[in-house]
Design a protein around this ligand. Structure first.
Ligand SMILES: Cc1cc2nc3c(=O)[nH]c(=O)nc-3n(C[C@H](O)[C@H](O)[C@H](O)COP(=O)(O)OP(=O)(O)OC[C@H]3O[C@@H](n4cnc5c(N)ncnc54)[C@H](O)[C@@H]3O)c2cc1C
Length: 419
């Protein structure tokens, strides 16, 4: 059999896990295209020491056959919540070990893919030219952040809170507004208050004013709801609410649903999915993607001390006064903030596609998937012939596709891609 060349575009968590599975379980040649250090990526590459994983160590193994690989590597209890930077080092080491074992079949191209062609099948990059490949795996991560309002070029508006140094540059004596109250906002609050010298308050505003909930230290065994029958959304919500109310801990019900989520999401009509996105997705995510217990406790303390508050409602208007800062009209009135930080999370396609994914759409190699949450894929996970997709951009066709357990299963499935 002729050896194939697989080009993996993106070397974050998904690209590293895909590269490892392709090399370890097959005999293809792999070309990994990634401008930064493999294993970095948005979640783990630039995390600060106070940013903890929101999953227990026992869920984070890179190896589908050895669930405790990460906990053993980190020398920690599988039930513990480790810093994301530690997980980033683990992924970098997973990649280094893969490169050491299969270096004769691995090439790393430190560049950014710009577009592809189908005949001949090539991936063009910004600097190095092009790479010929038989198959392509797209692993470029989340769509770009949505930008809730047009302050884009204002010096006191931080469009991307992950950019190195931007949060540290905010003076500690100016009030800060966070647009969004999810896990990104929690990360930002931890960074802004890490030095202990912030004396001005932080406000997060979101439509519902709901923060993520917390894990508890003990693990409750997941409850099996046996949701075999396809149901409508209303029945589904009622069943889950009743089960959660009857359980000794609602987290057991939420965790027990995880293996069924994609099937349940797929069984909803398009209209029900829209309804879910509009009214239920946010509360669901607050219950599903939880803060580590110590992070939850820290956030509670900051709220009790009046250093952090969360408000429900929209932003009616923003204006930039000549003296600096931003005047924001919230439900309660107009307030001045020295900085406004966008914590709104990934946007929808095609607007938030970003360079490479945009080129896939514009050149007809990919279609926007359901509700613009990601790209469309077939049942095998392909966006086009011989072009596979793994990671967060599968959202829409799947629901659970952003966390490590799902990504490592998608990576493993790549070895069966021609069966
Ligand atoms: C803040 C945060 C915390 C999280 N915490 C957890 C957790 O505790 N547990 C859990 O299971 N999951 C967690 N997740 C979810 C999940 O692990 C991540 O979403 C995961 O990192 C996705 O990996 P990825 O490789 O698809 O994307 P990314 O990690 O974003 O990597 C994408 C990579 O693609 C590269 N790239 C992009 N465009 C191109 C291009 N054109 N050419 C070449 N390379 C390109 C980028 O440089 C980057 O390295 C978290 C996510 C976030 C954002």
């Amino acid at each position: 059999m002729t050896r194939k060349t697989v080009a993996v575009v993106g070397g974050g968590a998904a690209g590293v896990l895909a590269t490892r599975e392709l090399l370890r379980c097959g005999d293809d040649r792999v070309v990994l295209i990634e401008p930064g250090e493999p294993g970095g990526g948005l979640a783990y590459g630039s995390a600060r020491p106070w940013h903890l994983l929101n999953s227990r160590a026992g869920a984070m193994s890179a190896d589908p056959d050895d669930p405790l690989d990460f906990a053993r590597w980190a020398g920690c209890a599988p039930s513990s919540f480790q810093p994301r930077s530690v997980y980033g080092r683990y992924l970098a080491e997973v990649f280094a070990r893969t490169a050491a074992a299969y270096g004769d079949r691995l090439e790393v191209v430190r560049d950014r893919a710009s577009h592809i062609s189908v005949a001949p099948r090539r991936i063009y990059t910004e600097i190095s030219g092009y790479i010929e490949a038989d198959d392509i795996v797209v692993a470029t991560g989340n769509p770009a952040a949505s930008q809730p309002f047009a302050l884009r070029d204002h010096p006191d508006y931080i469009a991307d809170p992950w950019r190195q140094g931007v949060l540290e540059a905010i003076p500690s004596d100016v009030p800060v507004l966070l647009v969004g109250a999810g896990l990104t906002a929690v990360d930002v609050v931890l960074t802004l208050t890490a030095g202990g010298n912030r004396d001005a308050p932080i406000t997060a505003v979101s439509r519902r004013g709901q923060l993520p909930l917390s894990h508890i230290s003990e693990i409750s065994p997941a409850t099996d709801l046996s949701l075999d029958e396809p149901r409508n959304l209303r029945d589904l919500v009622r069943t889950v609410r009743i089960a959660a109310a009857q359980a000794s801990d609602w987290r057991a019900v939420v965790d027990g649903l995880r293996p069924s989520i994609d099937r349940l999401w797929g069984s909803l009509t398009e209209r029900e999915q829209e309804t879910f996105l509009r009214h239920l997705a946010r509360p669901w995510e607050c219950h599903r993607h939880r803060m580590a217990p110590s992070v939850g406790a820290r956030i509670d303390t900051l709220r009790e001390e009046g250093r952090f508050e969360v408000r429900a409602g929209g932003i009616r208007s923003v204006t930039a006064p000549p003296a600096g800062g931003v005047l924001v009209e919230l439900e309660a009135g107009v307030q001045w903030f020295g900085a406004v930080v966008n914590c709104a999370g990934p946007g929808r396609l095609p607007a938030s596609a970003g360079g490479f994914v945009n080129s896939l759409l514009n050149d007809g190699h990919a279609r926007v998937g359901p509700h613009g949450l990601g790209l469309d894929i077939d049942v095998q996970g392909r966006i086009a012939d011989d072009v596979w997709l793994i990671g967060p951009l599968r959202r829409g066709r799947s629901w659970e596709t952003t966390a490590v357990p799902e990504i490592r299963s998608q990576a493993r499935a790549l070895i069966d891609r021609h069966k």
